[in-house]
Design a protein around this ligand. Sequence first.
Ligand code: TRH
Length: 394
Amino acid sequence: MAKTHHWDVFCRVVDNYGDIGICWRLSQQLVHEHGLQVRLFIDDIVAARHLISTLNLNQTSQMVNGVEICPWPNVSVTPAQVVIATFGCELPETYSQQLAAHQSVWINLEYLSAEPWVSDFHAQISPQPMLGVNKHFFFPGFFPDTGGLLRERHLLATRDAFLGSADKQAAFWNRLGLDHSILDSAIKISLFCYPQANIRNLFAALASIEQTIHVVMPFNGDVSQWSTAFADCTQIKTDASRLLLQQDKLNVHLLPFLSQADYDHLLWACDFNFVRGEDSWIRAIWAGKPFVWQPYWQADAVHLKKMQAFLAAYAEYASVEMQDLLSRASLDWSSGDPDLYSMTNPDKTLWQSLINQLPALRGYAQHRANTLAQQSDLATKLVIFSENLRNSQV
Ligand code: TRH
């Protein structure tokens, strides 16, 4: 059967940026690497514009980088051959009622998890007798029997070309308004986290370390949400959208939110990265630099179970000492409300150990990026999965 050319991707923005971040990245990859025609239906165009900066809020449907961006359909829209409902979003009723008549393949793209049960649930079928179709579950994952990880075809080569060029890295830092001659000799850390992260303890620990450290923190919104975290820093306003925080030898640069491409460059250029949620987590893996991931908070410490499952998978080949260091750092970072942390004795040794171990941690991160990149990427697996489903419908 001819390749299915028309795909519809549905994105309901829950909060933050990951829903649209992943849908936008996937949609572009389906167009540019798999030659598909993709409509990306988004329910919150304003939120989407944080990541798709050229979106025209006054337009309804519009083409952006080969993807047709459409508002959430409130009238009957004819379903495409393949329909991707992301993160369990409900399809519009007028749309789902037409799926059977158009023999559309309906796939639910789920959230990423390293938990073992994912392999059992991946590719499972959920019959929808009222609609006369089946819904198919597609779980991203770290193991060959899952849906894989989002990764553009040339990502690692582009990363290596950037890391191989001091000029490209200098130009990047200068474009961010940071003096590369200062950064070149310093330890560079990127910070993207939820306000619940144990930032005060981290900054206190980094400020007490002998080496010069620069933290780069792209952010959107009101800096007051970070007041607890920044309580021990001197704030120097550099301009309307930037802030420099200093604490002893530590410098923290708050910058406007970057484009996804620039954010990748930041992850590549830094020596250590703090990431969160889902998409930046995956991007940190491909950066091949050491990182700590802060999962999206969930009740009953479910997010800590997800974190431990990830560490078990990711650090499987690391030394016991490295596994212990990554586990302690991840737990310190994601364990909850920093106001409960006693600031009388921040755990400086933990972060000092991590800084001391950067060369070994980097070698391991490069190794894991390369081994995980040997698996097929998520978009490719999704295309093959949908083709097999359509062929089985004949
Ligand atoms: O923003 P997030 O916390 O999104 C979260 C997660 O997706 C989580 O799984 C979901 O349950 C929750 O939303 C509702 O983190 P995430 O997934 O890393 O998405 C951030 C996106 O923003 C990602 O595509 C990277 C991008 N980004 C930039 O483009 N520029 C930047 O400067 C930064 C810091 C991030």
